[in-house]
Write a protein that binds this ligand. Structure first.
Ligand code: ARG
Length: 481
């Protein structure tokens, strides 16, 4: 017998049962569902809606159900459609018809919204923690590469020399914004939808603020129709996740490139690479490639939920059951990517010699020759032209700028003196970029100090927040009643 069977004269068509069920995936939220029910029934008792002895029986029953699930003694059933009705059925099996009182003043619509808020606030916190570990690994590598000069690129053509530490700090900055976006979105996840009922609120004298307090929510949805219709919080998560994946994907693309024989700028640790079934010499950066590849599914999940929501009338529609798989998949995808990238970055060997040599064999100091002429009072546009001609000459002669004799230099401009060699030296060139935010060592050190400070702030946010949201710590919410 279905929980909603009273109005029906026939059993459900089996294909309909399978088609409409969400238990295969929403069972991931069984803990959240039980915790939400514990808080709900505690509130029903406190408000005198259910007598205390029944409340106590329901709480004990829910805890038994929890233990049975943990021991693997429960098989969720498609016939009971979703995690909410499966657990209610289990409760009724456990304690009898009193279990049927749990759903008083509640609908699956506010229940499922609650479960997802509980789920996501916990998972987002975990992901922020993992992103902070990755940021820390990048900061450490940056600090170890304050003397590593490499070519910086635009259009993937050698542009100007930079420190490898500076290049890595760009990713540290991206991750900082990613974590801030997730933290900001988290504020809107930590709001209680329960008590909204199906859509119109409830006739029972419930106390939503009491439930919010038990479950450590910072606020309550003020409009019940909004509470059961809102999926913005998932969209925000998926959009912050998409940007984070975009950044990880760009980093991974560079790891793939830098570890190629053509670049040989880095070597990834054997433990984080794989081989080929046919070519014995191969060592492939599969993890980096897969992170890059999996970015597509996260974007897909974002577009998926946006499309589901577009044009849906208020309030709940079954379409909204499609909100979950993309959310679960995104959590798992981000989790895997962040957890693997951190040790990959930590163990990455940097070929400092090779990077420096690359700069010696290119024209990435050409801007500095132009800047040098500008300090000798030549207008920049003319200096650009002079250096362009010098570069062309070098290409013809198979030389680089620093190979030119002073006499050759002076053919292009009499303003050039013997001090030009020092001016074009790779370390000089890098360290000359001292203006705020530049690649000069002193600036990169400042950036590292600043971001270590931000990381400390993130850590204390994580500490404060994790005290609130651990599902396990909330299991006893009903006990004080
Ligand atoms: N499994 C459903 C979902 O995920 C739960 C809410 C069902 N509500 C309803 N009115 N049918 O969307």
């Amino acid at each position: 017998m279905k929980l909603w069977g009273g109005r029906f004269t026939k059993p459900t068509n089996q294909l309909v049962e399978e088609y409409t069920a969400s238990i295969s995936f929403d069972q991931q939220m069984w803990r959240q569902d039980i915790v939400g029910s514990l808080a709900h029934v505690a509130m029903l008792g406190k408000c005198g809606i259910l007598p205390m002895d029944e409340v106590k029986q329901i709480i004990a029953g829910l805890k038994k159900v929890k233990e049975k699930i943990e021991r693997g003694q429960v098989t969720f059933q498609v016939a009971h459609e979703d995690v909410h009705m499966n657990i209610e059925k289990l409760l009724i099996e456990e304690i009898g018809p009193i279990g049927g009182k749990l759903h008083t003043g509640r609908s699956r619509n506010d229940q499922v919204a609650l479960d997802m808020h509980l789920y996501l606030r916990e998972k987002m916190l975990e992901l922020i923690q993992l992103a902070a570990y990755l940021q820390n690994a990048l900061l450490d590598q940056a600090a170890n590469n304050l003397d590593t000069v490499m070519p910086g690129y635009t259009h993937l053509q050698r542009a100007q020399p930079v420190l490898f530490g500076y290049h890595l700090m760009a990713y540290v900055s991206m991750l900082q914004r990613d974590m801030e976006r997730l933290q900001d979105a988290w504020k809107r996840v930590n709001v209680l939808p329960l008590g909204a009922g199906a859509l119109a609120g409830t006739t029972f004298p419930i106390d939503r603020e009491f439930v919010a307090e038990l479950l450590q929510f910072d606020g309550v949805y003020l409009n019940s129709m909004d509470a059961v219709s809102d999926r913005d919080f998932i969209v925000e998560f998926l959009s912050a996740a998409s940007l984070l994946m975009a950044h990880l994907s760009r980093l991974c693309e560079e790891l793939v490139m830098w570890s190629s024989q053509e670049f040989s700028f880095i070597e990834l640790d054997d433990a984080f690479c794989t081989g080929s079934s046919i070519m014995p010499q191969k060592k492939n950066p599969d993890v980096a490639e897969l992170v890059r590849g999996k970015t597509g599914r996260v974007y897909g999940n974002l577009i998926g939920i946006l499309t589901v929501l577009k044009g849906l009338p208020l309030a709940y529609n079954k379409d909204m059951q499609e909100d979950k798989e993309g959310m679960f998949d995104t959590v798992a995808t981000l989790h895997g990517a962040l957890a693997l990238l951190t040790p990959m970055i930590e163990t990455m060997q940097v070929n400092k010699q090779r990077m420096r040599q690359a700069v010696a064999e290119d024209f990435s100091n050409a801007t500095d020759l132009a800047d040098y002429l500008v300090t000798k009072n030549l207008p920049f546009r003319q200096a650009h032209e002079v250096v362009g001609r010098a570069v062309l000459y070098c290409i013809e002669q198979k030389k680089y700028l620093l190979d030119l004799s002073l006499e050759e230099f002076q053919r292009f401009s009499p303003l050039i003196d013997a001090d030009v060699y020092q001016a074009l030296d790779a370390d000089t060139v890098v360290n000359a970029r001292k203006a705020m935010g530049g690649t000069a060592r002193e600036q990169v050190e400042k950036q590292i100090t600043a971001y270590r400070g931000f990381l400390e702030q993130t850590k204390s946010w994580i500490n404060q927040t994790s005290q609130k949201v651990s599902i396990e710590s909330l299991v006893d919410v009903g006990s004080p009643v």
